[in-house]
Design a protein around this ligand. Structure first.
Ligand code: PMP
Length: 374
């Protein structure tokens, strides 16, 4: 098998997490909503422990955590869930960016179809959104600002702290899609100006199909979200449905491990990044995106097409040319287009992303493959 370098698409489940998930599927498999026996009580205990573990990543109270099936669902609940509030307040305006994940862009497009007005902030050539542009875009009737923390394609870390300052004195709710940063670059997410945070388990060594929405309070009042699903009232009715206890417990443990091991993991990732950048410099690779996460590099080698490279590399390293969710369509990356990169650079863009679990990268074989492409 090739070395897996596509951790922004998904990660390998941590062994300890997998063991716990397995135990809760085979041994303690109760429904957290069952009140009549010990199986239910034990399941509930695991869920509440996980709530505390997830909340600890951003120093939140456990009551802010709503378990969802992943960041896509968290984003949908956060964005569509504010529609009713906006209508009541007679507010019409939303601000987001051109480089969001589709799970933010599409619900916002849906709101646009329902009559809301949207400002899409562009990224600069470095893949970054400017806080001054955000401040200038605010209107009296802006009720929602949704900006991602770390971009999944380029790894650019957006200046969330500056956005929080730009929003001071304005009452728009601020949602941050932190799918790529939760448990990795969590510090800035503690900023109290952020109202809603989306997180995903499978980007953090937990299984696929689990995530969380952090719904904070202003004063004593929770962000006024209305449900988009209806059912048994679980998760304060915001995400009804039988709780996925094994996945929730696994995500909780993954969060605890992330908090505990974050500095070491980051150090490993940083070292790998130095090696990758040194290697790429030999081929005059252009790096797409600045101020990037230590877990990813997006690059283009002049004259090398990414589709050809991915096929050539496939026995050596597993990489991608952007978002896994859209990787079976050949439309150019909306992120790189927003950055204003030229067509050749966009067509050549390759994303390598790793984790603390990544084995050594096979640079010698990789260079043989690149030589064949040139
Ligand atoms: N937002 C971002 C920035 C992402 O990278 C992803 C996953 N590619 C998502 C949202 C969707 O997350 P999930 O797979 O948990 O639905």
């Amino acid at each position: 098998m090739p070395v897996y370098l596509d951790c922004n698409a998904t990660t390998q489940v941590d062994q300890e997490v997998a063991d716990l998930v397995f135990k809760l599927m085979r041994e303690e498999y109760g429904n957290a909503g069952s009140r009549t026996h010990a199986f239910g009580a034990s399941a509930k205990k695991y869920v509440e422990q996980a709530r505390t573990q997830v909340a600890a990543v951003t120093d939140d109270d456990k009551s802010t955590v709503i378990f969802t099936s992943g960041a896509t669902e968290s984003n949908n609940i956060a964005l569509l869930g504010l529609e009713n509030y906006a209508k009541k307040q007679n507010k019409k305006h939303i601000i987001t960016t051109e480089i969001e994940h589709k799970s933010v862009l599409e619900p916002i497009q849906e709101l646009q179809k329902r009559g809301f007005e949207v400002t899409y902030l562009p990224a600069n050539a470095d893949g970054l959104i400017d806080a001054v542009t955000l401040k200038n875009a605010l209107r009296d009737d802006t009720f929602l600002v949704s900006i991602m923390h770390i971009n999944n394609e380029t790894g650019s870390i957006q200046p969330i702290g500056e956005f929080c300052s730009a929003l001071e004195g304005h009452d728009a709710y601020f949602h941050v899609d932190a799918a790529q940063s939760f448990g990795k670059y969590s510090e800035v997410l503690k900023n109290e100006r952020i109202d809603l945070i989306s997180a995903s388990g499978h980007k953090l060594y937990a299984p696929k199909g689990i995530g969380a929405l952090i719904q904070r309070k202003r004063g004593f009042i929770k962000v006024p979200l209305k449900p988009i699903l209806f059912g048994g009232g679980q998760e304060r009715s915001l995400r009804p449905g039988t709780l996925a206890v094994p996945l929730i417990a696994g995500f909780g443990l993954a969060c605890e491990l992330a908090v505990k091991n974050s500095p070491n993991r980051l150090e490993n990732a940083k070292n790998l990044k130095v090696e990758v950048l040194d290697f790429l410099a030999k081929y005059d690779a252009e790096i797409n995106g600045q101020n990037t996460s230590d877990y990813v590099v997006n690059f283009s080698i002049p004259e090398v097409n990414s589709e050809a490279a991915i096929v050539m590399f496939k026995d050596v390293v597993a990489v991608s040319n952007g978002s896994a969710c859209t990787s079976n369509s050949y439309t150019p990356s909306h992120v790189l287009v927003s950055m204003g990169l030229n067509e050749n650079r966009i067509n050549g863009a390759i994303r390598m992303s790793w984790s603390h679990q990544t084995e050594a990268i096979p640079f010698i074989q990789l260079s043989e493959k690149i030589e064949q492409l040139l």
